[in-house]
Design a binder for this molecule. Structure first.
Ligand code: ADP
Length: 669
């Protein structure tokens, strides 16, 4: 393109219809109304049509579509003519113009092409002014025409008019330039709040009109920028303030959470302390009760023992009445003391029993037969039924089982005046190692009002004091039962209706005995067979002679009176050492040995006797008298070499049956 600028090369003529509008080159932004339509006659002509309010962000969106035209290889390595139709542009910012012009310039370099002339169609005065400014920046040759057809006409014209804008001399006075400078300064720096329109100062025919409009445009862009900057800084400030507040709140929340945790910790600590205090207070109370009851039992037994002896003497009618009352009151008191002792021991966590293999069926039958007599005295039927399938021997707490069943059956008989009491044991579930049994004690008695059904498990609670007074009772039985059942892993339940009767039930798990032959339950009563009784019970004078080893004066008196009454002769030793000495001096048929004594206790004394060889009768039967009849105590007695034990304080009938075993009187033999 050298001989005629803007003319199409060769003789070919171009027309609008020859343009190729590829869909991928067309950009329409429905939000802003901006469009960038591109078309081409490949290698020859690049047509663009722009419209809308073109600001920078709208221009940025349109740019890729223009880039695509070049990327499609339409203008690689060629000279081309460009037509840009700006008739649809309402407004264009300088920055958007700059962006577009720079993009075209970059694409020309990238694809090695050159727009020999650019026809600008329908541009406003304003746009024209701007393009003129940019023409040297982007190195383009602009020809301004009114419509697109005009551009085609000029391209196809054999002798085009010169494309450079007409040179026109304008005269501007020194004063006008000074005024203009003042107006510029005013616009750009001082009057930022005022919106400047097309031309406030210079009419359109004035030579400075266009320049003035560009300044206005620049000023508006500047203002927009300043405004944006302000907004951004305000937003940043707000965001910073929000972040600061958020941080403060977080700190506050953190502090509160820490405080809460501290309070919680303190609370837990206090609760722990309170629980420990309560537990130790409860344990101390229970231990105190246990000790006191234990101590009270000794003199009480003396009262009972002596009263029993007194009853057997010759008494007149009044004396008999007094002693009978004394006897039954003392028995009642003993029952109360025993219950308190039991309850406080269990409450203090002093569980004396250990699990052992025991014959549950035998225990069940024994209890039923013991209680049958009591029931029939009241005209009641006592029935016991245990599932056939339940194995005889199981592992559990036999003593506690007995205590629970006796308590419940005694109550059932006590509070039933007509009908029957039924005791059942049924298997509920079974595994290889375990068997769960449900026990129930059902009566047809007075029943318990619903609102009192919970209370009766509290210690010292009785519903009807009058019937209880009639029947006797401490109000501790069910409290003990509940504690024992729960200790063994069960829970006691009650169903009852007034005047219809009550059913107490509980389920407990028992271990099964794998090899019943391997387990030998310790029963000291059987120990007799293990010893050669003939050694000690040959019919000599000393056979009826008993050595009582006991440091407590009351116990001595009771035992002596009992034994003498039964026909035995008694010597007393105050401790183990005295007993060993006494045995050296004399032969005895039996030694009744207390365990806790000063100087030498019962265990040591027994060991000394058993290991004395020929010095004394080392095989004399020794029967312990122990206040705590736990399995451990019994085992300790056996280990020390004793033959049997009786619980202290000694009851007459217990003493009697023990003596029948070890030192029967001639008539009993
Ligand atoms: P107690 O030694 O007085 O019998 P318990 O703790 O064994 O003490 O029983 C508390 C109270 O519960 C009894 O006094 C009685 O009022 C009530 N009670 C217990 N068992 C029965 C029952 N089978 N029928 C009716 N009332 C009962």
């Amino acid at each position: 393109m050298n001989q005629s600028q803007g003319q199409a090369s060769g003789s070919s003529r171009f027309s609008y219809d020859m343009l190729e509008f590829r869909p991928e080159w067309q950009f329409d932004d429905p939000d802003s109304g901006v469009y960038y339509h591109s078309a081409a006659i490949p290698g020859k002509l690049f047509f663009t049509s722009l419209g809308g309010d073109v600001n920078v962000s709208a221009a940025q969106k349109g740019i890729p579509y223009v880039e695509r035209v070049f990327a499609d290889g339409v203008f690689d390595n060629c000279d081309y003519v460009r037509i840009a139709d700006y008739s649809g542009v309402n407004k264009a910012s300088i920055n958007s113009r700059l962006l577009y012009a720079n993009t075209i310039s970059r694409l020309n370099t990238e694809y090695n092409c050159n727009p020999v002339v650019t026809y600008i169609c329908g541009a406003s005065q304003m746009l024209k002014a701007m393009l003129r400014i940019f023409s040297h920046v982007v190195n383009q040759n602009f020809v301004f025409v009114d419509i697109v057809d005009e551009a085609f006409r000029l391209i196809n014209k054999d002798n085009p008019e010169p494309v450079s804008p007409e040179k026109e001399d304008v005269v501007v006075s020194r004063r006008e330039i000074d005024d203009f400078a003042a107006v510029c300064g005013h616009l750009l720096f001082e009057n930022q709040g005022i919106e400047c329109t097309e031309c406030d100062f210079y009419p359109s025919e004035h030579p400075l009109h266009e320049l003035y409009r560009i300044i206005v445009l620049l000023r508006n862009d500047l203002q927009e920028l300043r405004q944006k900057e302000k907004e951004q800084s305000r937003e940043t400030k707000i965001a910073l303030e929000d972040a600061r507040r958020l941080n403060e709140r977080l700190e506050e929340e953190k502090r509160k959470a820490e405080e809460k945790e501290k309070i919680q910790q303190e609370l837990i600590e206090n609760l722990k302390k309170a629980r420990i205090q309560a537990e130790s207070a409860n344990t101390a109370k229970s231990e105190f009760l246990a000790n006191i009851s234990h101590e009270v039992r000794t003199p009480l037994h003396a009262v009972i023992g002596m009263t029993e002896l007194l009853i057997e003497t010759k008494l007149d009618k009044d004396q008999r009445y007094y002693t009978d009352t004394l006897y039954s009151s003392a028995k009642m008191l003993l029952m109360l003391i025993n219950d308190i002792l039991d309850f406080s021991r269990i409450d203090a966590g002093r569980i004396d029993e250990e699990k052992e293999a025991f014959n549950l069926r035998q225990l069940f039958q024994d209890i039923i037969s013991i209680m049958k007599e009591k029931a029939s005295c009241k005209g009641l039927v006592l029935a016991g039924d245990m599932d056939e399938g339940i194995p005889d021997t199981l592992i559990g707490y036999s003593g506690y089982m007995k205590q629970i069943l006796l308590n419940l059956i005694q109550n059932a008989i006590k509070f039933t005046y007509r009908g029957q009491v039924t005791v059942t044991a049924t298997a509920v579930s079974e595994t290889e190692d375990e068997l769960v049994l449900k026990m129930t004690v059902q009566d047809t008695g007075i029943g318990i009002p619903e609102e009192q059904q919970d209370q009766i498990f509290q210690p010292f609670t009785q519903i009807d004091a009058s019937s209880t007074r009639k029947e006797g009772g401490t109000g501790l039985g069910l409290a003990i039962v509940r504690k024992l059942v729960s200790f063994m892993g069960g829970e006691i339940h009650l169903e009852s209706s007034e005047r219809e009767g009550s059913t107490f039930s509980f389920s407990l798990s028992f271990e099964k005995v794998k090899n019943p032959g391997d387990l030998v339950a310790v029963d000291m009563a059987d120990a007799k067979s293990a010893r050669n009784q003939s050694d000690v019970s040959e019919g000599t004078a000393e056979r009826l002679q008993i050595l009582l080893v006991e440091d407590n004066a009351i116990n001595q008196k009771v035992a002596r009176a009992m034994l003498q009454k039964m026909g035995y002769k008694i010597d007393i030793a105050f401790n183990g050492a005295e007993a060993v000495e006494a045995l050296r001096q004399k032969k005895y048929g039996l030694v009744l040995m207390d365990l806790q004594m000063p100087v030498m206790d019962g265990y040591e004394a027994t060991r000394t006797i058993r290991s004395s060889g020929k010095e004394l009768d080392s095989k004399v039967p020794i029967v312990a008298m122990t206040a705590n009849a736990t399995k451990e105590d019994r085992q300790q007695c056996l280990d020390a070499g004793m033959d049997d034990y009786i619980p202290k304080p000694v009851e007459r009938k217990v003493m009697k049956s023990m003596l029948q075993r070890w030192l029967p009187l001639d008539e009993e033999r």
